[in-house]
Ligand binder design. Sequence first.
Ligand code: SAM
Length: 239
Amino acid sequence: MNLALLFTEDFVAADRAVLTGRRLTHLHQVLKVAEGDLIPVGRAGGNIGSGRVLELTDTRAEIQVELTAAPPPPLPLTLILAMPRPKMFRRVLQTCATLGVKDIWLINSYKVEKSFWQTPWLSAEHLRENLTLGLEQARDTLVPEVHIRKLFKPFVEDELPALLAGKRALVAHPGTAVACPVHLDQPAALCVGPEGGFTPYEVGKLEEAGCQGVHLGPRILRVETAVPVLVSRLFDACG
Ligand code: SAM
């Protein structure tokens, strides 16, 4: 937790918040803070800054916050991701939030098992929890939007073309002729397939909608590896 992300319900006054639960445990066990110390904090959707620990007990920490700096800039990327298996989904979601992806579309694909859609990790509560963990890692406050589309064809035919408008549209697919571009200077939309890959039909439909097939070389990467590799090729995180 490189920053404690504060939500409206954490505030007890305009400049005071109370931390409990996971964030309090982190203050005690990892940061080992004492009353009077400053900790990095941010307000969800707002600025980042510092919080002075006014009172610290086993059950709560009250902090006085000063939020004066903007969070890191968001990536101009729409990520369209075939729903990963639940164990991987959590990690991918956290990674996306850490990398600055703000627009995530979870879609169905032939090789997405039906049971993946039943995972509790898709509940609003768990989505927020994992996005928060990813944001706190990166000292970011802008909570990504997650859209769920359980039917591939209607999504690709009816919604995708509008989503791609004005963007460099790509589908990562091993074995395609074109290498994934680097250092884009325009917004992008990127489709990433499931563990078993997109089928040729699905790649055809994504291309029809306007996506260009791109590859990352001969090594096949797990989705959780492919996402950060693709994002860091497309956008310079040090910029
Ligand atoms: N056997 C599958 C195939 O050949 O498509 C492998 C799928 S891979 C584990 C999961 C997803 O990560 C792929 O659908 C693709 O979007 C992305 N990916 C992984 N390695 C890649 C590579 N070398 N080039 C392009 N995309 C890759």
